[in-house]
Design a binder for this molecule. Structure first.
Ligand SMILES: NC(=O)c1ccc[n+]([C@@H]2O[C@H](COP(=O)([O-])OP(=O)(O)OC[C@H]3O[C@@H](n4cnc5c(N)ncnc54)[C@H](O)[C@@H]3O)[C@@H](O)[C@H]2O)c1
Length: 419
């Protein structure tokens, strides 16, 4: 008989996992407390780019994928994966969603069941938070009565090369038996598993990866600001440095970091370091500071460009090309486009945006979305290119925009300034 997998949270992480497991023969319950999300899934509507509606439809038609808001459907699970949000509240980790998920699972835990946490969190969460909740409510002991471990999600929305299946999956367990069970589970879903010593190392792996990216982006962002003031083309230098075949990794400047990972995950690590050791994680603090201020810098540059044409921001029409936090995705959570739009609007500009990936009903930017047409481009006093979606017709932009501030260096010409 097929194993029963329950996936707690059917978002950007949980949905692709649930569908992949269904395709691999598991009976999958996709549990989510958001009833609207569940209704959409039941209608075959996916909001995650990496899961096409057709794939979702096939999974639903197989009868082996069941989205549900009802916790009773968790009963008799063999494996449970927790992929719920881990936001920051006033700078501190909010683990209440994980706690709720663990409580819901504890009621259905049986000897031999397996629980894996995938949500990004600080080292220690699996053993110090999830384990005790499961133990207390079930009367079973982690590592003896049931399996428990952590496996970070590395999903890169919109990346066609490195998908859920092809990206190596780091796995861990609270005991060697748990590790073996969890490795065996993920071995059925991905091409390669990477076992590590304990959940703490697996939790740190995820935070190391994201902190590394965050810090390096901050480095090139700060360099971009200085280079501009010094009259040096930072992009040229980055291109040249990228030809070094060893010891260098390419990162490029941008309008700031967004999404659910980079603006948040490194702070989980610095919070843990401060709380447990009393130290400040200086790299994280510095990177937060630089990256958080990039939207202000973009606005300053926009103001300066208009000023050069003897135009005030007030009364100007400014078109944001892209709202999402990254290329080829529709996710605009924590996107730098939001503070940029807000600041420009506060100065009296009329701000509109073009983003074919962003669903207007679920956009967080609070900006009217318009179509990419010659007339829209020509009617804007300034276009700020924030995202390098492949879907953008850059020729059209180049031909019809009056002036462009390009934060991704996709465009060139006399009417273009780069970040
Ligand atoms: N999005 C990414 O690219 C990405 C990549 C790697 C890791 N992560 C991490 O994975 C975790 C989930 O992120 P996401 O982007 O999938 O979030 P998301 O907001 O897209 O999805 C989470 C879902 O969990 C549901 N939920 C919340 N509490 C619940 C509960 N108690 N029971 C059932 N469902 C519940 C929400 O309604 C939501 O639909 C976070 O810790 C995030 O940091 C995200």
């Amino acid at each position: 008989m097929a194993e029963k997998l329950v996936v707690i949270g059917q978002g950007y992480v949980g949905l692709p996992l649930a569908i992949r497991a269904c395709e691999q023969g598991f009976e999958v319950v996709g549990f989510d407390t958001d009833e609207t999300r569940i209704k959409r899934l039941l209608h075959g509507e996916s909001f995650v780019e990496d899961v096409l509606d057709s794939r979702l439809g096939t999974a639903l038609a197989s009868g082996r994928y069941r989205p549900t808001p009802d916790a009773a459907d968790l009963a008799e699970f063999d494996v449970a994966v927790i992929s719920v949000p881990t936001p920051l509240r006033d700078g501190a980790p909010d683990l209440s969603y994980i706690e709720d998920a663990a409580r819901a699972l504890a009621a259905h835990l049986r000897p031999g069941s397996c629980v894996v946490l995938e949500s990004t969190t600080y080292p220690g969460t699996t053993e110090e938070l999830v384990g005790p909740i499961l133990e207390e409510r079930s009367g079973l002991v982690a590592g003896k009565g049931f399996h428990l471990g952590y496996s970070p999600e590395r999903i890169d929305p919109g990346n066609a090369t490195w998908t859920f299946e092809t990206t190596p999956k780091v796995v861990s367990g609270v005991s060697p038996t748990c590790l073996a069970r969890i490795t065996e589970f993920y071995g059925q879903l991905v091409e390669r598993t990477v076992p590590v010593r304990s959940p703490k190392e697996a939790e740190l792996t995820k935070l190391l990866e994201n902190t590394f990216r965050h810090v390096n982006i901050a480095l090139v962002n700060e360099l971009a600001m200085f280079a501009n003031d010094l009259g040096i083309d930072v992009w040229d230098a980055i291109d040249a440095a990228s030809t070094k075949p060893f010891g260098y990794m390419r990162f490029t400047p941008g309008p700031g970091v967004g999404g659910h990972c980079l603006p948040i995950d490194p702070s989980y690590l610095s919070w843990r370091v401060r709380r447990s050791l009393g130290h400040t994680f200086r790299f994280v603090e510095l990177a937060n500071d630089v990256n958080d201020h990039m939207p202000d810098y973009v606005v300053r540059r926009a103001v300066a460009m208009l000023n050069d044409r003897e135009l005030s921001v007030k009364g100007r029409r400014i078109l944001l090309l892209g709202l999402a936090y990254k290329k080829n995705t529709g996710d605009d959570r924590e996107s730098p486009s939001r503070p940029i739009a807000r600041q420009l609007a506060a100065r009296g500009a009329t701000v509109v945006a073009i983003d074919p990936h962003v669903d207007p009903e679920h956009s967080h930017a609070g900006v009217p979305l318009v179509e990419l047409t010659a007339a829209e481009l020509a009617s804007a006093d300034l276009v700020i290119a924030l995202v390098d979606h492949d879907a953008f017709d850059l020729d059209l932009v180049q031909r019809h925009a009056v002036q462009i501030l390009d934060t991704r260096r996709q465009l060139g010409g006399p009417n273009v300034e780069h970040l």
